[in-house]
Design a protein around this ligand. Structure first.
Ligand code: KG4
Length: 363
């Protein structure tokens, strides 16, 4: 049996002339580049197995209480060369050995995306290696296919993915790596925004989600009751919860100016429980509607202990297989870009140099 994979692809020079080139490769090695928000990341994956994943987080935004787009772009410019170099050297890969360079094309901050996109194009031109554009949201969903070793378990299609981040809260039916349908999404704030905005009114630093998570471990999740939305169908809403949280603090602070400092842990635990309840309520409805046997979670909020424990317990109680990602693959990382690029590579889906990044795009 032939041990080489024969793929048909358009190399950069062929893309210009419109010709197709056939090449023989022993392994598919993809460099992933992620620069959609405030993490500069590069990763190398060979045949689905992770060889390196380097992430440079930007601390410059902390004092502003949120990501400042202009500062993010500048930090990406400073970080991208050392981060890509580190990813290649940790993987023990020479740039010439890459099969393709995958980059996040969107959604995200346009200035940040331009850094990764332009870097990928420049590297591609220099190496004559094809480029693959990746939808950041596909990356989060497909992060469950990143393997550290060959026998690591990956989800079987179809599965349901709860994608929860700072910008998205979606229930996605994943029929294949290339065929995903959004069953429900938030009509206002994302779950991550609810964490971050409520944390901000408690005086916690940005991003507040991890701080709420840490405090919640010490608190009583049933001490305070906050509003839950009554939404038909599978859509989410978190703005009512945010308002209810704000009004509770405002009213209680009038009675006791130390209310927040004296009740940090209980507030965090009660907020986290409410967000988890809202997420699980629609997840359960989506499982019943689709009849799937496998549930996965992804996105920054899937790092939350309450979300992870609740989804694992729900799946165990209902005979479902749960895929809970390693924490390093929940927030923005290039390994997920590389794995999404790997799937596109196998289908021969490459990108033209004329393609530009997009700030907004659906799954
Ligand atoms: O996916 P992500 O890194 O960025 C995008 O929004 O694309 O998600 C960031 C979000 C932030 O809202 C952050 O507060 C939240 O994920 N987050 C958490 C936790 N870790 C990150 N929220 C709750 N608990 C956590 N442990």
């Amino acid at each position: 049996m032939c041990r080489y994979k024969c793929v048909t692809l358009q190399r950069p020079d062929a893309i210009v002339s419109g010709h197709t080139t056939h090449i023989i490769m022993s392994a598919i090695t993809i460099l992933g580049i992620e620069s959609s928000c405030d993490d500069t990341s590069a990763a190398v994956i060979t045949d689905g197995i992770l060889r390196s994943n380097v992430i440079a987080s930007q601390s410059v935004h902390e004092e502003y209480g949120g990501v400042v787009p202009e500062l993010a772009s500048r930090a990406h410019q400073q970080n991208i060369v050392p981060v890509v170099s580190a990813a290649l050297s940790r993987a023990g890969i020479k740039p010439q050995a890459l099969s393709a360079i995958a980059f996040t094309r969107g959604p995200g901050l346009l200035g940040s995306l331009l850094v990764g996109t332009s870097f990928a194009k420049g590297m591609s031109l220099g190496l004559r290696t094809p480029i693959i554009d990746v939808n950041h949201l596909h990356g989060h969903v497909l992060s469950h296919f990143i393997r550290r070793k060959a026998d690591d378990e990956v989800p079987e299609f179809p599965f349901l993915c709860l994608l929860v981040s700072g910008g998205n809260s979606q229930l996605i039916l994943v029929k294949s790596a290339h065929d995903m349908t959004i069953l429900g999404h938030t009509i206002d704030d994302a779950a991550g925004e609810a964490f971050d905005k409520c944390a901000k009114v408690m005086g916690l630093p940005y991003p507040g989600g991890p701080h709420i998570d840490r405090l919640a471990a010490e608190g009583d999740p049933h001490r305070f009751k906050f509003a839950k939305p009554r939404m038909a169908g599978l859509d989410y809403s978190f703005s009512g919860l945010k308002t209810s949280f704000l009004y509770t603090l405002r009213d209680e602070l009038k009675k006791n100016p130390q209310f927040v400092t004296e009740n940090m842990a209980d507030l965090a635990a009660s907020l986290q429980r409410t967000i988890v309840d809202i997420l699980l309520d629609k997840l359960d409805a989506a499982v019943k509607q689709t009849g799937v046997k496998t549930v996965a979670i992804g996105g920054g909020v899937s790092a939350n202990s309450g979300v992870r424990d609740a989804v694992a317990a729900y799946c165990a109680a209902n005979g479902l297989k749960a895929f809970i990602p390693e924490r390093v693959f929940t927030t923005d990382n290039a390994a997920m870009v590389a794995i999404a690029g790997y799937f596109k590579y196998q289908k021969g889906e490459f990108c033209q140099y004329s393609e530009v990044p997009y700030a907004r795009v659906s799954i």
